[in-house]
Write a protein that binds this ligand. Structure first.
Ligand SMILES: Cc1cc2nc3c(=O)[nH]c(=O)nc-3n(C[C@H](O)[C@H](O)[C@H](O)COP(=O)(O)OP(=O)(O)OC[C@H]3O[C@@H](n4cnc5c(N)ncnc54)[C@H](O)[C@@H]3O)c2cc1C
Length: 328
């Protein structure tokens, strides 16, 4: 049984960048991002102030909206025999998912509510100034398409970053992870914050120039970057963001979701209990998550961002090593 709260697959807040590893994993279940219309991405551009450094990705990644990806995955699961149930889980405990419509007893639960916590299984939020996610979609525009063709851009700001990549329909997905205090400084108004960043960082401003006045801004609060589940309750296999939350600038969250799903399925088939699976997955997630945290802590400081762009330009081998070390 596949239970999801949403009848219609939405466009989850996400950078919309599928890493080469995520693309590989999708291939295993017979889905290819190119066939889903994904925009092939072959290079990474790091932009800090006026400085820009570009380097090749180890293999092509893809710009693909979550609506397209999640829709294809759901359809695939249903075609393969999963029974889709639309209900919102209010609480999860061993042997039981409490849904809004009704309770659903389940011997095994693969728990994957992503950014959203559920009673009984909430992740601790300890950061003093937590990260929040913002996302806007810029309409398809020829100038923007020329600027962004074949690349993913990471614009590094004091207190966060924006990832920009073209999606399958030619729109540009602009997704930001920022410290909450920046939003507070902008009076709690996400559009005012985007306008401020566009004024302050001219290359980001160039990309945002085509933003319409009524631009919709999606947001998600308090993302527990760096959190890793080391244990779990009996029969509850935690997957994806419920297993490990890698700082999003690594572009590896979806690979962690797919990898943990596959590993949990194998563990269950082999009769491995949930706690053992969780410990083993935590050990595997440690290196990519900690490396991404280190990069994120550098990237969100002006001096660190300059250092990262300088290193990417002068020693591309280091950028490639960081890309490799942040893969699950
Ligand atoms: C700002 C930002 C940018 C990011 N950019 C990227 C990127 O470019 N590339 C990348 O690989 N990763 C990125 N990530 C990370 C990525 O979005 C997540 O790691 C990934 O989506 C986790 O997958 P998941 O399956 O665990 O959860 P999700 O993708 O969040 O899916 C959760 C599912 O559970 C359902 N659900 C939620 N609550 C309930 C409930 N109570 N009951 C029933 N169903 C429920 C939802 O409808 C959804 O279908 C980004 C994250 C952030 C915050």
């Amino acid at each position: 049984m596949l239970m999801d709260r949403d009848e219609v697959v939405g466009d989850a807040l996400c950078g919309g960048f599928l890493s080469w590893r995520s693309a590989e994993r999708l291939g295993v279940v017979g889905l290819h991002p190119r066939e889903l219309g994904g925009h092939a991405v072959t290079s990474l551009a790091l932009i800090a102030g006026e400085r820009e450094a570009t380097g090749p990705l180890p293999a092509p990644g893809y710009g693909l909206s979550r609506r397209a990806l999640d829709g294809a995955l759901r359809a695939r699961a249903v075609a393969d025999g999963a029974k889709l149930v639309i209900d919102r889980a209010r609480a999860v405990r061993p042997g039981m998912v409490e849904g809004e419509a009704r309770d659903r007893p389940a011997e095994t639960i693969f728990f994957a509510t992503g950014k959203h916590d559920v009673r009984g299984e909430a992740r601790p939020r300890e950061a003093k100034d937590p990260a929040l996610g913002l996302r806007v979609r810029l309409p398809a525009n020829q100038r923007l398409q020329e600027m962004l063709h074949g690349r993913i851009e990471l614009h590094l700001f004091d207190g966060g970053y924006a990832g920009i990549v073209l999606q399958e329909d030619g729109t540009a997905n602009v997704c930001l992870a920022l410290r909450k205090s920046l939003l507070a400084e902008a009076g709690g108004n996400p559009r005012a914050l985007l306008d401020r960043l566009a004024d302050e960082y001219s290359l980001f401003g160039e990309r945002m120039a085509s933003a319409p006045a009524d631009l919709a801004v999606d947001s998600v609060g308090s993302v527990p970057y760096g959190w890793i589940a080391r244990d779990t309750a009996p029969g509850i296999y935690r997957l994806g963001d419920q297993a490990a939350v890698i700082p999003s600038l690594a572009g590896e969250g979806m690979a962690i979701a797919m990898d943990s799903g596959e590993a949990a399925a194998r563990a269950w088939l082999d009769g491995e209990d949930a706690a053992t699976f969780q410990r083993r997955f935590a050990a595997r997630a440690l290196r990519p998550v900690r490396t991404a945290q280190l990069v994120w802590s550098l990237a969100e400081r002006t001096s660190g961002a300059r250092l990262l762009t300088a290193l990417t330009a002068s020693a591309p081998v280091l950028a490639r090593a960081a890309m490799a070390l942040t893969r699950i």
